[in-house]
Design a protein around this ligand. Structure first.
Ligand code: NAD
Ligand code: ZN
Length: 395
């Protein structure tokens, strides 16, 4: 089968690789129809996370049609159309963590203990995301093996098109998770760092949940313009223009009852200079001694406010502003999204039209053109106008 493989920094290649087979009684084999490129894939593309091996199949946002199931799969049959969550529940829902809805922390799907040594407990397994998260083959391919398929597939009704359904695998649930962690509710003032697909959908969800003001922050102006054109009432802030994010936000929200945003969301994650806009932003950050979005978040939120981190971080980060966190009595929560917790309810919101995740899809390419898709999604050139890339396999 054809699959998108990781070959090194800034190098992905579509190759012919062996197709997966049922190897466990709870497996399903899917024929993938749509699969998206995620900002999380860019961390592998730009940084080369430890644990990646040349030839690994990428992709954790995939959907398709069930072709074959193992004898212990009870809820799926060949022909069913399903979305696959990026985080793998390996226990069937019974472990301490999954039974509390923390599916993305199910260590039964991740034999690697590298992160456990750093963090004190083993972390979860994810599709297509390095041998630190289980070494699972990814979904940017013609076929995917889904373990514990009853827990990791969502059956899709015919009335939800692929471009909506594929976003239930990760980024719509992640945008929702960002709002849940920040307890976004009616009347809140919410500031969101990062106008990528996750940040834009987090803004969409915040508006749906009744936030009074939603302010989206990004150095890529075309992304701010794209979001503002689609989400009426959205406010935008480009930190490379004028005073920078912190001073501008102080000014924009000084008249609020709490004098600042109630909730701040980091939808940026690990920092890297991948475009001119990023480089300008990095220079600005050095000047302001605020090296990461997360520090800007905790400086800008009101006292007693909520800090929600869905942007992905790994290992250590330096110069975290613990003082603001402590003195301002903040609540800070983060995490990989437990997709299984949210996707059923979100599917119904998509069907009713209350949420429209497909608004972020700007490019639909054949799987064979994945290298160009990665390059464009990473470069963030205004002339490409790229927000989210969906790859289609040949029928
Ligand atoms: P993306 O790369 O398209 O978007 C990131 C955006 O952040 C870009 O538009 C970039 O210009 C902007 N940015 C960079 N530095 C900034 C700064 N200092 N201030 C404001 N904006 C800045 O990626 P995406 O697909 O939207 O994903 C966003 C993040 O969410 C990534 O870190 C990704 O790994 C993470 N993610 C987490 C989960 C989860 O389960 N928690 C799931 C999906 C994605
Ligand atoms: Zn993703």
């Amino acid at each position: 089968m054809r699959a998108v493989t990781w070959q090194g920094k800034h190098a992905v290649a579509v190759k012919s690789v062996p197709a997966p087979a049922v190897t466990d009684s709870t497996d399903a084999i899917l024929r993938i129809t749509s699969t998206a490129i995620c900002g999380s894939d860019l961390h592998l593309y730009v940084h080369a996370m430890p644990g990646m091996k040349a030839g690994d199949v990428l992709g954790h946002e995939a959907m398709g049609v069930v072709e074959e199931v193992g004898p212990d799969v009870t809820s799926l049959r060949p022909g069913d159309r399903v979305a696959v969550c990026f985080d793998i529940c390996g226990c069937g829902g019974a472990c301490f963590f999954c039974s509390r809805g923390l599916y993305s922390s199910c260590a039964a799907s991740n034999p690697s203990r590298v992160q456990a040594e750093m963090y004190g407990q083993p972390t979860g397994g994810f599709f297509g995301y390095s041998h630190l998260t289980g070494g699972w083959q990814g979904g940017q391919a013609e076929r995917l093996r889904v373990p514990v398929a009853d827990s990791n597939c969502l059956k899709l009704p015919d009335d939800v098109p692929d471009n909506q359904a594929v976003l239930l695998t990760d980024i719509l649930p992640t945008a929702w998770h960002a709002n849940e962690l920040g307890e976004v509710g009616a009347g809140d003032v919410v500031a969101i760092w990062g106008a990528g697909p996750v940040g834009i959908l987090a803004a969409h969800c915040a508006q749906h949940r009744g936030a009074r003001r939603v302010i989206l922050i990004d150095p890529a102006q075309y992304r701010l313009d794209f979001a503002a054109a689609r989400l009426p009432g959205l406010e935008t802030l480009n930190p490379t223009k004028g005073k920078g994010a912190v001073a501008a936000l102080y000014e924009m929200t000084a008249g609020e009852p709490g004098g600042a945003p109630d909730v701040v969301i980091d939808a940026v994650g690990m920092h890297y200079a991948s475009s001119l806009a990023h480089k300008a932003q990095m220079a600005l950050q050095l000047e302001t001694d605020s090296p990461e979005a997360i520090n800007e978040c905790i400086r800008c939120v009101r006292k007693g406010g909520r800090v929600s981190i869905v942007g992905a971080y790994a290992g250590w980060t330096n110069a975290f502003m613990i003082g603001a966190f402590m003195e301002k009595q903040l609540t800070m929560r983060g995490g990989q999204t437990p997709v299984q917790k949210y996707w059923g309810a979100l599917l119904e919101k998509v069907r009713s039209g209350a949420l429209n995740p497909a608004l972020v899809v700007t490019h639909t390419l054949p799987l064979e053109e994945a290298p160009a898709g990665y390059e464009m999604f990473n470069a963030k050139r205004p002339e490409d106008g790229c927000i989210k890339v969906v790859l289609k396999t040949p029928a």
